[in-house]
Design a protein around this ligand. Structure first.
Ligand SMILES: [Zn+2]
Ligand SMILES: [Zn+2]
Length: 239
C-alpha cells in the first residue's frame, strides 16, 4: 500500500533526477537519482588493503586499520565520494529524503561480502539529539533498504552512549578520541557469538566510527564483524 506521506511526496516532487534534473522515465519513478547519474558514481576498486578496503599505501603495511579491533576483518565502500555521490549523501542526511537510501543501497549491493551466512545488518546509531532533529537515522534507512535487497535482517544491537562532535572538522587523532566509547551494546537483542555483524554507515572517512562500533560489539562477544558504507571519502595522506 502506498503511504499518505509517499503520495504527498510524489505530488510535491517532480519526477526528475535530484542530481541532473533529467526527467525520470516511468520505470525509474521510484528513484531519486537517474541511472545515468548512478553510473557516474565511481566504484572503489582494488588494489586495496584486504582488510579496510583503502587503496594500498605506497610503502609498508596499511596504517589505517592497524589499530582496529581483531573481530573487524573486512570493510568495503561502494563508491568514491566524488561530487554526485556527495550530493546524494547530503540529500540522505540533510535533505529530508530517506527514500534516496534505495538508490544508495542499490550501489552498496554490488559490494562483495566475505559471507552472508548468519549475517545481520547493524546500522551505526545516531546520537539521540541528531535523531530528533533529522527524524530518522540515515544508516538505519540504508540498512533497511539493503535488507530488502540482500534479505538479511536488521538488528539494532548498538546504542550511542554519548554525543560526539561532527567528525569532519577534526584531525585524525582528535577524531579517534572523539568517538572513543561512543557506542554500547543495547540490552535487547543481545550480541551473539555466532552472528556475522555487518555494520552499515553512509560514509567511511578514516574509519573511526566503524572501528569504534566494532569495538563495542567485540567487547560484547561478537567474533566476526564487517563494515559497509556507500561512500568513501578521499582522505589526505597522513602517513
Ligand atoms: Zn541524473
Ligand atoms: Zn587497511
Amino acid at each position: 500500500m502506498t503511504s499518505p506521506t509517499r503520495v504527498i511526496e510524489q505530488l510535491l516532487l517532480p519526477a526528475e533526477c535530484l542530481l541532473c534534473h533529467a526527467l525520470l522515465v516511468e520505470r525509474d519513478a521510484d528513484r531519486i537519482v537517474c541511472p545515468v547519474c548512478r553510473h557516474r558514481w565511481r566504484p572503489v576498486r582494488p588494489p586495496w588493503c584486504e582488510r579496510c578496503g583503502q587503496p594500498e599505501p605506497h610503502f609498508g603495511p596499511c596504517r589505517l586499520c592497524a589499530e582496529w579491533p581483531a573481530a573487524l576483518t573486512y570493510v568495503r565502500s561502494a563508491v568514491w565520494l566524488s561530487e554526485g555521490a556527495r550530493e546524494a549523501v547530503h540529500a540522505l542526511k540533510y535533505g529530508g529524503l530517506p527514500r534516496i537510501a534505495n538508490d544508495l543501497a542499490a550501489a552498496i549491493a554490488g559490494v562483495t561480502l566475505p559471507t552472508q551466512e548468519k549475517s545481520v545488518l547493524v546500522p551505526i546509531p545516531l546520537a539521540p539529539k541528531r535523531l530528533r532533529e533529522r527524524g530518522y537515522n540515515q544508516s538505519d534507512a540504508l540498512a533497511r533498504a539493503l535488507s530488502r535487497l540482500w534479505r538479511l535482517p536488521v538488528v539494532d544491537v548498538l546504542v550511542r552512549s554519548r554525543e560526539t562532535a561532527t567528525q569532519t572538522a577534526l584531525t585524525p587523532e582528535t577524531r579517534l578520541a572523539n568517538v572513543a566509547g561512543a557506542f554500547t551494546p543495547g540490552r535487547r537483542p543481545g550480541v551473539s557469538r555466532d552472528s556475522n555483524y555487518i555494520l552499515v554507515d553512509d560514509v567511511f572517512t578514516t574509519g573511526e566510527n566503524v572501528a569504534e562500533a566494532a569495538r563495542a560489539l567485540e567487547q560484547a562477544g561478537a567474533r566476526t564483524i564487517c563494515g559497509i558504507t556507500f561512500g568513501r571519502a578521499v582522505i589526505p595522506d597522513f602517513t
